[in-house]
Design a protein around this ligand. Structure first.
Ligand code: FAD
Length: 495
């Protein structure tokens, strides 16, 4: 069989791409190296508890939200039940010593809460939030009516940076730091991230914050049913090894380690750009383009602790907890003690209060912290690494129990991850939580490549997260099918 398209990688970006193409009558083969689709969204189970990995919460899932509209377009909205986070506190920031700031849902409520905490900066706060709102739809498809501008839909997101906007507009340093808290949602420090990208990602959370009943696993299962309904051929447990070209230089198909050649004249890769380079081989691309892809900097990495709590954790029901630490600036700097960094805590989406009570902790990190073992392989890492990892997990647990008295004496560590674990499971050479980041001065790849029939999608092209992944699928399919047509179809999916 010859397919119209082979989509490589069945994360949210590849899944969105495959479903849009199939909806337009294209025959699609989807290749995924993991045993099931959407491994990052699915999470994993251990000791009777289910742990979320790649999805905890999202903005844009309200009735009018863009993700809801994408869900409707993909015909999964009726099967995905979203759960609103607490309106008065979807994110709780706790400072050392116990003071807290609560992020309420909605711009007016957030404005009021920030003005109450920093009354002398009330004017600055209102002006800043207005800026966020107006920049919120900078990314194409977030605002379906926006002109793509001279640079086109993948036009480089350039300055100013978030830090520049904050320095210019916000006087109290503590308020600047508070407003930069959510850089963890895209993994690029305030001094480097384009303000427009930060606003497009974080601004949606300011408007609404939702989880999904059953978590990322439920979303993965709904997507799997939709793939079947659309007749998409799924090759799981199948690693794409190379793109194969015929004698005339046209794409012949995708070679995999299980199913030989999947024949097609077109393919979309949702992989990390470096993995894409491995697929195409050295000769196929211009050296300048290769160099550009190789030079793309990754987002922050992290230490992840997966815990169960012996008692219910009301603190994490419909709300996340961020421990501020003492760090100023980029909280992932190697050398900074873990205890001083930001630490994010989220409850389990499947925790109905009857237990077991799963919770996940994420502390930003740099892959350089594990460089001593960079050449070791997953499953065969040396004892020194295992000891390092155990120490980091013990320190994480000790910190949580000290700064979160609600969890004191209640936690059991069930699994842990370091930047090297993330490098292995996510396939990101820098162990980045979100792969390649978006930075001022960096030119991320676009959907179309110079290779006929070969396209890119994924978080490196558009933005990170569930939103960024889906957005990248729409952007890539817009290049293939026509943006005007696709945007018109998405617009029709208003409730
Ligand atoms: C710890 C963590 C927490 C997160 N929390 C949130 C959150 O709360 N909210 C949110 O919106 N986002 C969150 N994210 C981000 C979000 O999960 C990702 O941005 C998104 O899932 C990325 O989707 P993707 O399709 O671009 O990439 P991926 O999901 O990485 O998809 C790429 C796929 O390609 C497969 N693959 C790789 N190589 C090959 C090959 N050679 N052949 C075949 N298949 C291959 C991989 O197995 C993978 O399934 C989180 C991420 C992490 C790591």
């Amino acid at each position: 069989m010859t397919y119209d398209f082979v989509v490589i990688g069945a994360g949210i970006s590849g899944l969105t791409t495959a479903l849009i193409l199939a909806r337009h009558g294209r025959s699609v083969a989807l290749v995924e190296k993991a045993p099931e689709i959407a491994p990052l969204l699915r999470g994993f189970s251990r000791s009777g508890a289910h742990f979320e990995t790649g999805f905890h919460y999202a903005g844009g899932l309200d009735e009018e939200g863009i993700l809801t509209r994408f869900f409707r377009y993909l015909e999964i909205a009726d099967e995905v039940e979203t759960t609103p986070f607490s309106g008065s506190c979807f994110d709780r920031l706790r400072y050392p010593g116990g003071d807290e700031f609560h992020f309420p849902v909605g711009y007016d409520a957030l404005n009021a809460a920030l003005c109450e905490a920093f009354p002398a900066a009330a004017g600055e706060i209102t002006a800043y939030l207005d800026l966020v709102q107006s920049a919120c739809s900078t990314l194409p498809y977030l605002n379906l009516d926006a002109d793509f501008g001279a640079l086109g839909p993948f036009g480089a997101l350039q300055g100013p940076t978030l830090a520049e906007v904050l320095t210019r507009g916000i006087s109290p340093p503590a308020l600047r730091r508070l407003l930069a808290l959510h850089t963890l949602l895209h993994g690029v420090p305030a001094a480097e991230v384009p303000f427009a990208l930060h606003a497009s990602v974080v601004g949606l959370y300011y408007r609404s914050a939702h989880g999904i009943r059953g978590g990322g696993k439920q979303l993965a299962e709904v997507l799997a049913r939709q793939l079947a309904a659309r007749g998409i051929s799924i090759f799981c447990g199948s690693r794409a090894l190379a793109l194969q070209w015929d004698a005339a230089g046209a794409l012949e198909g995708v070679l995999t380690d299980r199913h030989d050649l999947l024949r097609s004249r077109n393919c979309v890769s949702s992989l990390h750009p470096r993995s894409f380079l491995d697929l195409v081989g050295a000769a196929a691309l211009r050296p300048a383009y290769r160099k550009r892809l190789l030079g793309l900097a990754e987002t922050c990495s992290g230490y992840l602790g997966f815990f169960t709590a012996r008692r219910p954790v009301p603190l994490l029901a419909g709300s996340n907890l961020y421990l501020a630490g003492k760090a100023e600036g980029d909280a992932r700097s190697p050398g900074m003690p873990m205890e001083d960094r930001l630490l994010y805590l989220a409850g389990g989406a499947t925790d109905d209060g009857s237990g077991p009570h799963a919770l996940v902790a994420i502390c930003p990190a740099d892959v350089a912290e594990t460089s001593a073992w960079a050449d070791s392989r997953h499953g065969g890492r040396p004892g020194a690494y295992r000891q390092f990892k155990a120490e980091m997990m013990a320190r994480m647990q000790a910190r949580i129990e000290e700064e979160v008295p609600e969890l004191q004496g209640a936690l059991t560590l069930r699994a842990g991850a370091t930047p090297l674990t993330l490098r292995h499971y996510l396939g990101h050479p820098g162990g980045g939580l979100y792969g390649v980041g978006h930075r001022v001065g960096q030119y991320n790849p676009q959907a179309a490549t110079r290779l006929p029939g070969v396209f890119l999608t994924g978080q490196a092209t558009a933005a990170p997260g569930l939103l960024g992944g889906m957005l990248s699928g729409f952007l890539t399919c817009g290049e293939i099918l026509g943006h005007d047509r696709l945007r018109m179809e998405v617009k029709r999916c208003a409730h």
